[in-house]
Design a binder for this molecule. Structure first.
Ligand SMILES: [Zn+2]
Length: 485
């Protein structure tokens, strides 16, 4: 979660017929209007959030285990809080019954289209022997909460669930419906990705005019200093191209200039020198102008200049020399795999390489392939598509939304800036964006940018960071749902 680049992209799709799980079971947990609501204040919500986090961490929801058990356990919580059974819907693709999803709706007053939160329930595998703690037990030690999924993204799942329950307990319907889809299979190459499947088969259940995906967001800190709360509006689109060179081959005692390995090597050398043109989006212009506030000296001046469109060649050179900055400036393509030849004493008949591209939203796969073709300048090399791009348009960095996030951020963390962001990797927002729903990654769990543990060993979040995020999530949800579009 923290290291956006490290997150697994979800690829692929699944079609199927929904299975609503046990209506009778759901009814059992339905409380009538006479149920006494529990306290709706911040402290009660913190306790609830911690309790939910423990429950979520301790149900193993790796790819092998699936998400149906964890989704059902969350469903029971909402039903016990008095959500109507019709608004607590468990669904799994019939051919992937273990990949359950839960869609919960808090009914509003009907002023405006619903807000949809998307929250994945699955986690990356973790082995006990690699960790200092049991990854599937919530362990508190020295101000930290350890467990697989604490930062990616059961901490955020718990905060979203606790906030929705707090709003329900308050008893005043928000202006707009709030829908939360707790989903399957974000991490696992997506053989039953919940967001994709729900959009394809149950669009009416999760349709909204605004999507918040905490998984795509980040709240960054360095050396104990809180720096920014990001609003992720866009993601680079990934695609993989293949370069193939063929020849008739022959005996290695009679070398020729048409050796495919040499021709491929020459092509790759040119790809290594290729720099795509600088291409800023609405988001990255805002990113650099706001990021400048966190920097000093030449970096600050360069960030301001690139945002204003006044950067000279020297400034662009300095910015491009930094990996993290370079990827925000332009599309990139890099070699990731190669193979060639078939015997140690034969001239190769074939050599191949894979080129992974991360494309700035708005550029087309064709234009990227054409730029590569020009750079390679060898028409005998065949460029093919190995993994096609899945379009994911930028969601406009909407000023009203940014102002709302800023207001809530400043209430809790004065001085922290709100930073519109394009991430280099992919999240489930790619599905909702390509389905035409403006989607924003927003997460309030501050995490050290130099100690990213998402998908890694001893994954953890700070106790205070988690408590603060519960309050942040609640206030933001409440404010967004109160607004009339
Ligand atoms: Zn995630």
């Amino acid at each position: 979660m923290k290291n956006l680049a490290a997150r697994c992209p979800s690829v692929g799709s699944h079609a199927g017929v929904p299975v609503a799980l046990g209506a009778a079971m759901l009814a059992l947990f339905s409380f009538g209007a006479g149920a006494v609501p529990a306290a709706a204040d911040a402290e009660a919500t913190r306790a609830l959030g911690r309790d939910l986090l423990k429950e979520l961490i301790e149900i193993n929801s790796t790819h092998a285990h699936g998400s149906t058990v964890i989704a059902k356990s969350l469903a029971d919580r909402f039903l016990a809080e008095g959500f109507a059974p019709a608004d607590v819907v468990l669904l799994a693709p019939p051919d992937h019954p273990t990949k359950g999803n839960l869609v919960v709706r808090l009914r509003g007053a009907g002023h405006g289209a619903p807000i949809l939160y998307i929250c994945h329930l699955d986690v990356v595998e973790a082995k006990r022997e690699d960790w200092n703690f049991d990854p599937f037990k919530l362990t508190e030690k020295d101000g930290w909460l350890y467990g697989r999924g604490t930062i990616d993204m059961k901490g955020q799942d718990a905060a979203v669930a606790a906030s929705l329950i707090r709003l329900k307990r308050e008893g005043k319907p928000p202006a707009r419906d709030i829908i939360v889809a707790f989903t399957a299979d974000e991490e696992s190459e997506g053989d039953a990705n919940g967001v994709d499947w729900l959009l394809k088969t149950h669009r009416e259940l999760i349709d909204g005019s605004l999507v918040i995906n905490p998984d795509g967001g980040e709240a960054g800190m360095k050396a104990g200093r809180k720096l920014y709360v990001a609003v992720q509006t866009s993601e680079k689109v990934f695609m993989t191209l293949g370069l193939t060179v063929t020849d008739k081959g022959g005996h290695s005692s009679r070398p020729t200039d048409s050796n495919p390995i040499y021709r491929l090597a020459n092509a790759l050398a040119r790809v290594s020198q290729l720099k795509f043109p600088v291409h800023l989006t609405e988001t990255t212009k805002l990113y650099f102008s706001r990021r400048a506030q966190l920097e000093q000296g030449v970096v600050r001046a360069d960030f301001s200049a690139i945002a204003a469109g006044t950067a000279d060649a020297a400034a662009i050179g300095r910015l491009s020399a930094d990996v993290e900055t370079n990827i925000m400036l332009r599309t990139t393509c890099t070699a990731t795999m190669m193979d060639g030849g078939h015997a140690e004493n034969a001239l190769p008949q074939r050599a191949r390489a894979s080129i992974q591209c991360r494309v700035i939203p708005g550029e087309t796969p064709e234009s990227v392939a054409a730029t590569l073709r020009n750079a390679i300048a060898d028409p005998s090399i065949v460029i093919s598509t190995i993994t096609a791009a899945r379009p994911s348009p930028e969601s406009a960095p909407n000023p009203a939304l940014l102002a709302t996030v800023e207001a809530v951020t400043h209430e809790i963390w004065p001085g922290v800036i709100v930073l519109p962001e394009m991430s280099p990797g992919a999240s489930d927002s790619a599905y909702s964006r390509s389905a035409g729903m403006p989607s924003y990654g927003i997460d309030g769990i501050f995490d050290d940018l130099d100690d990213g543990r998402a998908h890694g060993r001893d994954e953890r979040i700070g106790v205070t960071a988690f408590n603060d995020d519960i309050e942040f999530t609640y206030r933001l949800m409440k404010r967004l749902a109160a607004s009339r579009p």
